[in-house]
Design a protein around this ligand. Sequence first.
Ligand SMILES: Cc1cc2nc3c(=O)[nH]c(=O)nc-3n(C[C@H](O)[C@H](O)[C@H](O)COP(=O)(O)O)c2cc1C
Length: 215
Amino acid sequence: MDSENKEEKIYPLGYEPKITPKSEDPTVRNQLLDFILKSGPTEVVDTDLFAVMSKRRSTRKFSDKPVETTKIDKIIAAADTAPTAGNFQGFEIFYVKSPEKKKLLVDACNKQPYVNAPVVLAFCKNPSRVKFDFPDYVLKKFAIQDATLAAGYSQLAAQALGLSSIWIGMFDEQKVMDVLGTDLVPSSLLCIGYPEQTKFPKPRRNLKDLVHVTW
Ligand SMILES: Cc1cc2nc3c(=O)[nH]c(=O)nc-3n(C[C@H](O)[C@H](O)[C@H](O)COP(=O)(O)O)c2cc1C
């Protein structure tokens, strides 16, 4: 028996399979991902995608109510359902749990206090995963799109689960990298929690002013 088959798999707490599959089922793209997405108790508040989109509103005041682990798992798994350039998944997620590191992130993010939120996810670009034979700048462009889209999926998932979030784009990249202990450049931070109060969505410009129909 080769050492590859003997390699011990590590699963997140609560997701250890009852029977270890001999080989991955080719019809399932990622067993753990599918398991988390379908797992309960879900207590999904909204399953209507358009209702989720239309109700989302940035929140900068979170209640102290802790976010359930099953919800955090789903938010992270949702990121992994996003499309990525060439399916190379040119991004990484840092799930910041340490209260000390969250405080350091507040400082790294222009002293925005709400960065110290119940759940803090940092989405970083990883262009080295994008194995296209394209110039470096293209790979970087793909990685920023991968990371951004993934964060967007997580943000909508959080909303669907009855949570609120704030997208953080204003930060000192190097300071965030130092806190995370990585040489990968962050693209955004997503701070999530239960909102202190539910607010109405913000207005947008007229849709017909936004769209430029081009023949
Ligand atoms: C690219 C980007 C960067 C942002 N950076 C910050 C930020 O650093 N701090 C902050 O408080 N909000 C930030 N936001 C949140 C926006 O202010 C917010 O999404 C916007 O006002 C619209 O409000 P809504 O999300 O409730 O629709 C950012 C949003 C985006 C998309």
